[in-house]
Design a protein around this ligand. Structure first.
Ligand SMILES: Cc1cc2nc3c(=O)[nH]c(=O)nc-3n(C[C@H](O)[C@H](O)[C@H](O)COP(=O)(O)O)c2cc1C
Length: 174
């Protein structure tokens, strides 16, 4: 197998990005599947590994899998509730990519915003009504409502560009 897209997704956002990544990989020897505890290693030369952001990082199954890969090309992708904050995206990338062993070729991370469950909005609404930090509550409510629109067509365009860049990197490093 040349390309393997593996992903973890609870509510479907990361799955959508995974599918867009899969579609953007040139036709040929490629596969897409959910990553779980039973996913075998050594499936492919190049991996696209996707996660949803959980408390600033990703789930242990993703970190465990990444930690066990050697001699591979690895690109990461993910979705998160927070948007419009490149510094936050950078922190997530660092948290996750730090687990890639050094004998792999790390090809970069694609991140975009993904909608969150309505219970999250209710929490911010409560904060607005009963809390003492109106500005923060309003900012978080605004962020929540913006996230409802993601991933969107602009994100998918960025996905296609990301895959193109990854392909170029693999080409130029081989
Ligand atoms: C328990 C939990 C923790 C989360 N933690 C974060 C977080 O730390 N930062 C963030 O930006 N989004 C966070 N989110 C939002 C999700 O990462 C976001 O909605 C993501 O797109 C979900 O992807 P999925 O649909 O593939 O499961 C969290 C969501 C849940 C349910």
């Amino acid at each position: 197998m040349q390309y393997e897209v593996l992903f973890v997704s609870q509510t479907g956002n990361t799955e959508k990005v995974a599918t867009a990544i899969y579609d953007a990989i040139p036709d040929g020897d490629k596969e897409i599947q959910r990553l779980n505890d039973h996913t075998p290693l050594d499936l492919a030369e190049t991996y696209f590994i996707g996660f949803w952001t959980n408390r600033g990082t990703c789930s242990f199954e993703v970190l465990d899998y990444i930690s066990d890969l050697h001699g591979k090309n690895i690109a990461l992708f993910g979705t998160c509730g927070m948007g419009n904050d490149p510094a936050y995206f950078e922190r997530i990338e660092k948290q996750v990519s730090a687990f890639i062993p050094e004998d792999n070729l790390y090809l970069g991370t694609f991140l975009c915003q993904g909608k969150m469950p309505i219970c999250v909005r209710n929490k911010y609404q409560e904060l607005l009504e009963h809390g003492d930090n109106d500005a923060l509550a309003r900012r978080m409510l605004h962020n929540f409502d913006t996230a409802l629109l993601h991933p969107n067509e602009e994100d998918y365009q960025r996905v296609r560009k990301f895959v193109e860049e990854v392909m170029l990197k693999i080409g130029s490093y081989q």
